[in-house]
Design a protein around this ligand. Sequence first.
Ligand SMILES: Cc1cc2nc3c(=O)[nH]c(=O)nc-3n(C[C@H](O)[C@H](O)[C@H](O)COP(=O)(O)O)c2cc1C
Length: 144
Amino acid sequence: MKNLLIVYHSQSGNTEAMAKAVAAGAEAAGARVTLKKAPQADEKDLLGCDVVAIGTPNYFAYMAGMVKDFFDRVWIHVREKMADKPYAVFGSYGGGGLPAIESVEHICDGLKMKRAAESLGIQREPSEENLAACQALGKKLAGG
Ligand SMILES: Cc1cc2nc3c(=O)[nH]c(=O)nc-3n(C[C@H](O)[C@H](O)[C@H](O)COP(=O)(O)O)c2cc1C
């Protein structure tokens, strides 16, 4: 059974809805899921999981400050220990596309982590179709 960590921030609930759908898809596929808002997550969560999904909205064409704070806090503890850990990134944006997601990918790639799935960016509130895509992402991360 895979241990999936989902770390996310969401102010108006759009990325949170995505995070919950990723979790539901992964659990349905047999994974053990830990779902944490970014301020509650730490390096032990990251080191202890088999695969991680990071959820961030696009705030000012970058990851949310809370997600940046997560990386700032864990970096020195994990920087030599993340090579090949599978990850994926997801999140909601207003009209400005994927720079927030790309900023997370940049950090994960710097840690030599391995992309487990295509990142998933959606515009504003996720539709049923978008949530199904989030569930499919969870299933993929669970190895299903
Ligand atoms: C402080 C702030 C800054 C934002 N900056 C951008 C931006 O630069 N580009 C963009 O596409 N959307 C921007 N948005 C819109 C959000 O990305 C969008 O509303 C998203 O759905 C919010 O996700 P959430 O409900 O998970 O917080 C911004 C929203 C906030 C609150």
